[in-house]
Design a protein around this ligand. Structure first.
Ligand code: TMP
Length: 213
């Protein structure tokens, strides 16, 4: 957790494919800005020039391009660059930072989805992130058929994860719900199977309640 008196707050949005995270990041950013906060909206994989280069390697091409462990290493490499270049400087300036995905995605996709050893993922977290954690994580949950259909309708070249089988995405969804259950003081599950305004309102309520915004 970050000391609210000296730094901004770090909020992460998580969830499976097509959960509407990026729309909700923008809505939350606008709401926080209207209340007078400086806000940075960012994303993973990516969010910094080097990390965006790594993103391309991860989200394009055939599914079998990397095994789960290699993916985890690449995601943590991108994450460390994102933290050093974007997130930590913003928080140090007192800027609220909202990230479309963070390390829970690695646990859900590479851990639950691909079966990468969770102890190894915890070690990689400690090595690349240290004891830094989000102040609040909003997990957008919806049935995977709905999410995959939405994602397919808007995707360009970033199809690598979507092309994985339905059973993979079911494990990812269950993984996010497990993570939320294991970290109740940090995580709030948001029902994302409803209209954009209702989701935005649920997110704002959670931010108000948990962070006193
Ligand atoms: P996006 O579609 O939300 O921009 O995310 C790109 C893909 O990267 C998405 O399919 C989930 C995947 N991903 C992981 O597998 N592990 C991670 O740690 C992160 C941040 C994303």
């Amino acid at each position: 957790m970050n000391d609210a008196s000296s730094t901004g707050r770090f909020i992460t949005l998580e969830g499976g494919e097509g959960a509407g995270k990026s729309t909700q990041v923008t809505r939350l950013r606008d709401w926080l800005e209207k209340r007078g906060n400086a806000v940075v909206a960012t994303r993973e994989p990516g969010g910094a020039p080097g990390a965006e280069m790594v993103r391309k390697l991860l989200v394009e091409g055939p599914a079998e391009r990397w095994d789960g462990t290699t993916e985890a290493l690449l995601h943590f490499a991108a994450r460390r660059d994102h933290l050093r270049s974007t997130v930590w400087p913003a928080l140090a300036r007192g800027t609220w930072t909202i990230s479309d995905r963070f390390a829970d995605s690695t646990l859900a996709y590479q851990g639950y989805g691909h079966g990468v050893d969770r102890t190894m993922l915890a070690d990689l977290y400690r090595i690349s992130v240290g004891d830094f954690h989000p102040d609040l994580t909003l997990i957008l949950d919806l049935p995977i058929e709905i999410g995959l259909a939405r994602a397919a309708a808007r995707r360009g070249t970033e199809t690598r994860y979507e092309s994985l089988p339905t059973t993979f995405h079911e494990r990812v969804r269950a993984g996010f719900l497990d993570i939320a259950a294991a970290n109740p003081s940090r995580c709030v599950v948001i029902d994302a199977n409803r209209d954009i305004d209702a989701i935005a309102e649920a997110i704002i309520n959670a931010v108000r309640e948990r962070l006193g915004a």
